[in-house]
Each structure stands twice: as C-alpha cells, then as structure tokens.
Design a protein around this ligand. Structure first.
Ligand code: SF4
Ligand code: SF4
Length: 380
C-alpha cells in the first residue's frame, strides 16, 4: 500500500469523523485491534455456557479476538454509533397493557443491518477516494466482532453493567457498526466507566439474566429466548416474559444514562404502526404469508414464523383472562407445529388458571355483597 505520513493520517481520521456524521452516524471512534484484554472474560463466558445454543459464538471465539483473521490486513477498527430511539416509542403504554405486544424498540423500524452496512460501505468508499488501495470491510452485528469492546477502545462509550455500550450524552439506544481497515490511523482514547455504584439494570432484569456486573447469562435473557433460541422457552422464564414477544428493553429503560438519549434522525427507525402497540391476538392471527408481508425489511423477519408464534403464545398466556384469547389459542392449536403447540397448551393452562382465580374472586365478591345486603334495611 502507498505510504502515508502521520500528518496525512491525522487529517484523514478527522475527515472520516466528518464523513461519518454526514452519513448519519452520531459518533465515530478509531481503535487498534488488540482484543486480548477480553480473552479471559469471553472464555469464561463460553465455558459457563452463557451463550446457550448460539454455537457460532464458540466456533468463532478466535476470530472475535483476532480481527485481522476476519479481514486480512486489518490494523484498525472504525466504530460507528447511530441512534435508533423512535419518537413514538411508547414504552410504558405497551409494557403495561398485557393484551398488547411489546417489541424491542430497536426492531420496530427497518432492519438496521441494512441501513448501517450501506452507510459504512459509503464511508469506506469515501476513504478509498483518498487512498485508492485501501482495504476495508463493514460489519454490523452478524459477524464475529467484539463490537462493544471495539466501541469501548475507540471512545464511543463504556461498557455498562448490562454489557451494552453507554455514552454520557447518548445513553445506550444506539446501534453499533464497524469498518475494519488496513490503515494505521491514529486511535482515540477510551472514555471513563461511569456506572459507579448503580446496579439498577441487575435488579430490574425480569429473569435475573445479569448474573454479575458486565456478565449476561444469555440463556436467561429474554432477548436471547425470543430471538436467538430455536428451542422451547423454558417454563421458568415464560411468566417473566410478560408481553415481550421480540427482545427486551428493561435494562436500558431503567438506566439513568438514558435520560440523555437522543431521538433518532432516521425515518427508517421510526416505529411501524403494527410493531408498536398492536393487540397480541391480531399478531397471533397473522398467517405465515401475512407475517412475511408485514415484516418485510424488518429484523423481526429473521426469527421466522414459528418462533414468532411461539413467543406470542407465551404472551397470550400472560395476558388477562379473555374468552377471545382462549378461542384464538384453541383455533391455532389445530394447525400448530409441535413447538408452537406446546406453548399454546401452556398458555391455555395459564388462561384457565386465571379463569379459576377470577371466578373464585367473583364468588367471594358475590358472597360479600350478599352479606352486606343482609345487613342492610330492606329499602336501602
Ligand atoms: S434484555 Fe431484558 S432479560 Fe436481557 S438482560 Fe436486559 S433486562 Fe434482562
Ligand atoms: S443501569 Fe446503572 S449499572 Fe446498569 S448500565 Fe446503567 S448505569 Fe450502569
């Protein structure tokens, strides 16, 4: 590769940050590729099987620790942050209504993989205009990249106790993407860790998935259970799932740093109407064709129809007792796959338990009314 002076590289690094902002990223940071500090924590996490059935995590552990093996010649990682919080997020409105479906807010708009990858590719092309023989490769979430570690090294944020990246002026509602590159660009300085003594995310987690600060047992995490896992959702986690049918935002919602989060500038990340606050029954009633149509261009499509139905069945079991829910569950049972059928049966049992409690409550209420009436004068 043609030689570039240090001063030219410094100017280029500034240009890259400016271009990144012009392309819609809120922040760009540059780091080297030394990931050795993360080796032991990653190995321990894998040994404890916290990755569940994400076997690719185990298979590609070495690639995570050696970015140059993922893209030959890489000596720097350019980390890019893009805010995704939609203005119509309506967290409480949906989470508090058990008849509605809660979808993690990063997934309610267009598939971020496509949006970020194409912007990162444009950033790489801009660099290539200045350095024609540069070699780069964009990554967004789908490759074995330690994205939070790279973001931390590049000053894009610190890693919070929930294991996500946090920025003091932007909270954590942002996507990360990386451009691996073979230029010896000057690196940025990491920012200070600022969780302090806070443990709010550990306490709020519905499934106690944050087993110690900075360590998430994926097998307990609702994001993993509803998106990554292809298996039955363990019964112990079904009730804590509540109405979360795709991912979970609780550890971010509680985080005090998210007071400083900014709304997204991207129309692509604004929530689609049918993803924000829709009745569970309506989503459960979608045929596979409707699922594919309605999730076109969305990250949700990646989980497939069977897991979609599995997740909603659990949420329907967690909803208030309703005849309409029981009817829709019974009707779906006839054509459900074995995986979905097992979750439907669980949901029907939950609904039936609630009916028993409700009728017992009604009987108690009637008895109370009768005893009150007995004590009242005849014309009261
Ligand atoms: S996403 Fe939800 S389940 Fe997973 S660690 Fe955070 S709060 Fe817990
Ligand atoms: S909730 Fe508290 S401990 Fe958790 S990431 Fe935020 S600041 Fe850190």
């Amino acid at each position: 590769m043609s030689s570039i002076s240090n001063s030219e590289l410094s100017v280029l690094a500034q240009d890259i940050k400016r271009w990144g902002k012009e392309l819609g990223f809120q922040q760009i940071g540059i780091s080297d590729i030394d990931m050795q500090r993360h080796k032991q924590p990653l190995m321990t996490w894998l040994e404890k099987k916290y990755h569940g059935d994400m076997s690719f995590m185990e298979r590609h552990a070495d690639l995570r620790l050696h970015p140059e093996q993922l893209h030959e010649g890489t000596i720097r990682i350019i980390s890019a942050r893009m805010d995704y919080l939609p203005p119509n997020a309506g967290f409480a409105r949906t989470l508090s209504n058990r008849q509605k479906a809660y979808i993690s807010r990063y997934a309610v708009g267009r598939d971020y993989h496509k949006v970020l990858r194409s912007r990162l590719k444009k950033l790489g092309d801009k660099i290539a205009e200045k350095v024609p023989d540069v070699s780069f490769r964009p990554f967004v979430d789908s490759a074995p990249v330690l994205e939070h570690a790279a973001a931390e090294k590049s000053g894009v944020g610190w890693t919070g106790k929930h294991s996500l990246t946090l920025h003091p002026e932007a909270g954590s509602w942002f996507f990360l993407g990386e451009l691996f590159i073979n230029l010896p660009l000057p690196t940025d300085i990491p920012i200070k860790e600022q969780c302090g003594s806070c443990t709010a995310c550990l306490t709020v987690c519905p499934t106690n998935a944050i087993v110690e600060p900075y360590v998430v047992d994926g097998r307990r995490c609702i994001s993993y259970l509803t998106i990554e896992s292809n298996e039955a959702i363990p019964v112990e986690f079904r009730k804590p799932m509540g109405n979360r049918i795709y991912g979970c935002d609780d550890c971010q919602l509680i985080c005090p740093w998210n007071r400083f989060a900014k709304l997204t500038n991207e129309d692509d990340f604004n929530g689609r109407i049918n993803m924000l606050n829709t009745d569970l029954i309506e989503l459960f009633s979608w045929s596979e064709t409707q699922f594919l149509q309605n999730t076109q261009g969305s990250a949700i499509r990646r989980i497939g129809y069977e897991k979609w139905q599995r997740n909603i069945a659990v949420a329907l079991g967690n909803a208030e007792h309703s005849k309409a829910i029981i009817d829709v569950l019974k009707s779906a049972l006839r054509k459900a796959t074995p995986l979905v059928a097992e979750h439907i049966e669980w949901a029907l049992q939950e609904q039936s338990n609630k009916a028993t409690i409700e009728s017992e409550d009604n009987r108690k209420h009637d008895r109370l009314l009768r005893s009150i009436n007995k004590g009242l004068p005849r014309d009261a």
